[in-house]
Design a protein around this ligand. Structure first.
Ligand SMILES: [Zn+2]
Ligand SMILES: [Zn+2]
Length: 358
């Protein structure tokens, strides 16, 4: 029985075109006790592969975190299957705001230690003591309250292209890093301020809210279902949209547009622009923001050095790369000294207009 993806991304893309069917991109997560993640993983792979599911799904003893796409006409079967699993019955599915048939080109179901690489030792705090979950309406109210500190729990390259109005956007590369920075900068406000947090689909806030409560924050709120569910509710209930720009996503779409505001700049020329690209030099692959003019001028590369390498015959490039090691961690990079317009994001005190010396 086939338990692993066998097609290349290119072969899969061709099959999707040939099928000519609309696909639905969605995500969901659930914390639950899973006794045998490997067995559960195999069961999911076999069942979902047959439905034509593609995506990246993490299974751990602590639960499941899935981002995936499937043919729209198989959705009911997929949902019925989810409902047949005890802890996934009736689960909220975050349907992508912007659809693209090629958001995912492989099915990867992986067993991991955790469903989010949060760097936390869960034995040191009560993970079930979470913040208050709020929907879009209440969230809009809360973030207008002057007693609220609104914190973006995502990384610098995510909040750079889109975030909520007046949010604190920590300039961090990892989730773990942001927790300490936020705690330290807000330590004097644990009792009296509302700490309101959000992330892409809600999963990062599940642990973060519990962690901050453990650290003594009294009034902790989290946006239910993250930016994706917020957008759905805003559209459905005709609420004011307080999110500016694009929602960064971790699939081939890279982002979905939530408002027409462009809040970022091309990292090379500084003109307003908010679409990420990867440097075309395969040995670099830096994730950065590049406008169309710079893309044309730089052959989709982040530097003249990369442009020169990228122009070499492929065999020569491979020779150059030997022994260099290949970093697949493209999302972690996202910064380089030679990009003059990469923004340093605001620090918390600047946003709060609080004098640190007081
Ligand atoms: Zn540019
Ligand atoms: Zn480069």
């Amino acid at each position: 029985m086939q338990l692993y993806n066998k097609l290349s991304a290119k072969e899969r893309a061709e099959l999707i075109d040939k099928a000519g069917k609309n696909r639905l991109t969605l995500s969901f997560y659930q914390y639950a006790k899973i006794g045998n993640p490997q067995l559960f993983r195999d069961h999911l792979f076999i069942t979902w592969d047959a439905f034509g599911v593609l995506g990246r799904i993490y299974v751990a003893h602590e639960g499941i975190n899935g981002q995936l796409s499937l043919p729209a006409d198989r959705f009911n079967e997929f949902k019925t299957h989810l409902d047949s699993i005890d802890f996934l019955k009736g689960i909220r599915l975050n349907i992508a705001v912007e659809q693209d048939n090629k958001s995912f080109l492989k099915l990867k179901v992986k067993v991991r230690k955790k469903i989010v690489a949060d760097g936390l030792n869960d034995n040191t705090f009560d993970v079930t003591n979470k913040g208050v979950h709020v929907g879009a309406n209440k969230f809009n109210e809360l973030i207008e309250d002057e007693n609220t500190v609104l914190v973006d729990m995502r990384n610098h390259y995510e909040s750079e292209i889109g975030h909520f109005k007046n949010a604190v956007t920590p300039d961090v590369d990892t989730f773990r890093e942001s927790l300490d920075i936020i705690e330290d900068d807000l330590k004097d406000y644990k009792e009296d301020k509302n700490l309101v947090m959000y992330c892409t689909g809600g999963i990062r806030c599940e642990k973060a809210s519990a962690y901050f409560k453990h650290k003594g924050f009294k009034n902790v709120y989290q946006l239910e279902g993250g930016i994706i569910e917020y957008t759905r509710q805003v559209n459905e209930e005709n609420l004011e949209n307080k999110f500016l720009g694009q929602n960064f996503v971790f699939d081939d779409r890279r982002a979905e547009r939530i408002s027409n505001d462009v809040i970022a700049n091309c990292h090379q020329c500084g003109n307003p622009f908010d679409v990420h690209t990867n440097c075309a030099n395969e040995a670099c692959h830096l994730l950065f923001i590049q406008c169309d003019d710079c893309k044309a001028e730089m052959d989709n590369c982040c530097s003249t050095n990369c442009k020169e390498i990228n122009a070499l015959p492929y065999e020569e490039q491979k020779e150059l790369r030997k022994g260099q090691g290949n970093s697949n961690d493209i999302f972690k990079k996202g910064r380089a000294d030679h990009l003059p317009y990469k923004k340093d994001l605001r620090n918390i005190f600047e946003t709060l207009k609080v004098d640190k010396s007081q």
